[in-house]
Design a protein around this ligand. Structure first.
Ligand code: ASP
Length: 422
C-alpha cells in the first residue's frame, strides 16, 4: 500500500471511529443491547485490544535490539555522550517552554474563576516517587525483569552498555552485531506489518472508546478543556514549527504531514509507549533520522519527554488554584515549571499517568490534590490529544539532534514515498 493511501486510510479509520462511536453514544442504548454486547464491547473492543497488545509486544524487543545496534555503531566515543546531553537538554527545554506557555495562557483565560466546587470532590493520591528514587530506578539490577516489566529507562541503560561492550569486543562483538542487525530488520518488518492493519485497529479502538465516553463533563469544564486544547495547538504549531524550521532546518509542513499517522496512533492509544514502534519507524524511515540517533532519542523521549502532559499540568494547576480561590504567586509558577518538567522524567508513557504526576505538582505548590477530581471527567479525551503532542515532541528533538550530528538522511525526508509500507 502506498504511504499516502495508508495515511489516508488511518485518518478515515480515525474519523469513522470517532463519528460512529459518538453516534452510538448519543443513542444511549439500554444495557445488554445486542449491538453493544456483540459489536461495540464485543468485536470492536476485541480488535482494539489486540491491536494495542500487538503494538506493546514490539516495544521491548524493538528498543533493545535497535538501541544495541545504534550504540554499537556510535561506539564508546564522545559522540554518544554529546548526543545524550543534547537530547536531554532539548527535551527539558521544550517541556519547560510547553509549561510556560500553558501558565501564561491559563493566567489570561482564567479557566477556573467562578467554578462551583462540588462538595464531594475526592481524589486519592497515589504516592509519587522522590527524585532520588527516580534516578536510582534508572539502573537495572536484572535486565530480564526490566524487560518483562517494560521498564524503558532500565532497558535503555542495559542496551547502551551492551552496545558499548560490543564495540570493544573485536570479532566476537562484530558477529553479535551482525546478528542483531538482522534482528533489527526483522522487528522493523513486524512493525510495518502491524502498520498495514492500523486503519482497522485505530477504528476499533476509537469506536469503542467514543461510544462509552461521556461528554457531559466537557460542557461543565469547557473553558478548562478548550484552554488545554488551545495550548496544545500553539505548542504543536508554533514551538515545534519553529524548532523544526530553525533548529533542524527542515520544512515544518512536510514534517507534520509525515507525523500524521503516528499522531493518530498516539491519539487512539493514549500511550507514548504503545506508539513507540510507530514513532521509531517513522522517525527513521520517513523523516530520515539515522538509527544511531533515533534508537536512543525516541525511546528516551517516549519515557521522559511529555510536553503535552506538562501543558495539561500547567493549565490544571492554574485552574485548581482559581477554583479553590488560592493564589500561588510568581514563585509558585516557577515551582510549577520546575516540578512539572522534572516530574515528566519519572513518568511512563501510559494512559492517565499525567494526572498522577499532577498530584506531585499540586503538592509542591501547596494546592489541594482533591482538585484533580474536578478535571478527571474530561481527562480521557485530553489524554489522547496530549499524547499526540508528546510523540511529536520526541520526533522533533530527534530530528534536531540528528541534523546537528550529521546523522540525517535528507533524501528520505524529501521523498514522498517511504520504506515503511513497501
Ligand atoms: N498518556 C500520556 C503518554 O503516554 C501520558 C499522560 O499524560 O498521561 O504520553
Amino acid at each position: 500500500m502506498a504511504s499516502s493511501n495508508l495515511t489516508r486510510n488511518i485518518l478515515i479509520g480515525m474519523g469513522l471511529g470517532i463519528i460512529l462511536g459518538s453516534i452510538v453514544h448519543s443513542l444511549d442504548l439500554a444495557e445488554g443491547n445486542p449491538m453493544d454486547v456483540y459489536l461495540i464491547d464485543g468485536l470492536f473492543d476485541l480488535g482494539g485490544q489486540i491491536f494495542v497488545l500487538s503494538l506493546k509486544l514490539l516495544v521491548v524487543p524493538l528498543v533493545f535490539v535497535s538501541l544495541v545496534c545504534g550504540a554499537s555503531n556510535l561506539g564508546a566515543g564522545s559522540s554518544m555522550g554529546r548526543i545524550g546531553l543534547k537530547t536531554i537538554t532539548l527535551y527539558l527545554f521544550s517541556t519547560a517552554i510547553a509549561i510556560s506557555i500553558a501558565l501564561i495562557v491559563a493566567s489570561i483565560v482564567d479557566p477556573g474563576v467562578g467554578i462551583n466546587l462540588p462538595t464531594t470532590a475526592e481524589y486519592v493520591v497515589k504516592q509519587a516517587p522522590s527524585l532520588k528514587q527516580v534516578l536510582v530506578n534508572i539502573f537495572p539490577s536484572n535486565p530480564i525483569k526490566a524487560m518483562s516489566e517494560g521498564n524503558m529507562l532500565q532497558v535503555i541503560v542495559f542496551a547502551i552498555l551492551v552496545g558499548i561492550a560490543i564495540t570493544k569486543s573485536g570479532d566476537q562483538g562484530l558477529r553479535v552485531k551482525a546478528h542483531l542487525d538482522d534482528w533489527n530488520e526483522i522487528i522493523m518488518r513486524l512493525v510495518m506489518m502491524l502498520m498495514s492493519v492500523a486503519p482497522i485497529g485505530v477504528f476499533c479502538l476509537l469506536i469503542s472508546l467514543f461510544s462509552n465516553m461521556g461528554f457531559t463533563a466537557i460542557s461543565d469544564l469547557i473553558k478548562y478543556f478548550l484552554t488545554v486544547v488551545a495550548v496544545l495547538a500553539i505548542h504543536y504549531l508554533v514551538t515545534y514549527g519553529l524548532m523544526i524550521k530553525f533548529m533542524a532546518k527542515l520544512d515544518p509542513l512536510a514534517f507534520f504531514k509525515k507525523m500524521g499517522p503516528v499522531m493518530a496512533y498516539a491519539f487512539s492509544t493514549s500511550s507514548s509507549n504503545a506508539t513507540l514502534p510507530m514513532t521509531l519507524s517513522t522517525v527513521e524511515k520517513k523523516i530520515g533520522v539515522k538509527n544511531e540517533v533515533a534508537s536512543f532519542t525516541v525511546p528516551l523521549g517516549a519515557t521522559i519527554n511529555m510536553d503535552g502532559t506538562a501543558i495539561m499540568q500547567g493549565v490544571a494547576t492554574v485552574f485548581i488554584a482559581q477554583a479553590f480561590n488560592q493564589d500561588i504567586g510568581f514563585a509558585g509558577y516557577v515551582m510549577v515549571i520546575l516540578t512539572a518538567t522534572l516530574a515528566s522524567i519519572g513518568t511512563a508513557g501510559v494512559p492517565g499517568v499525567g494526572l498522577i504526576m499532577l498530584a506531585l505538582v499540586l503538592q509542591q505548590v501547596g494546592l489541594p490534590v482533591e482538585g484533580i477530581a474536578l478535571i478527571i471527567g474530561v481527562d480521557r479525551l485530553l489524554d489522547m490529544m496530549r499524547t499526540a503532542v508528546n510523540v511529536t515532541g520526541d520526533a522533533t528533538v530527534s530530528a534536531i539532534v540528528a541534523r546537528s550530528e550529521d546523522k540525517f538522511d535528507l533524501d528520505v525526508f524529501e521523498s514522498t514515498d517511504d520504506a515503511i509500507t513497501r
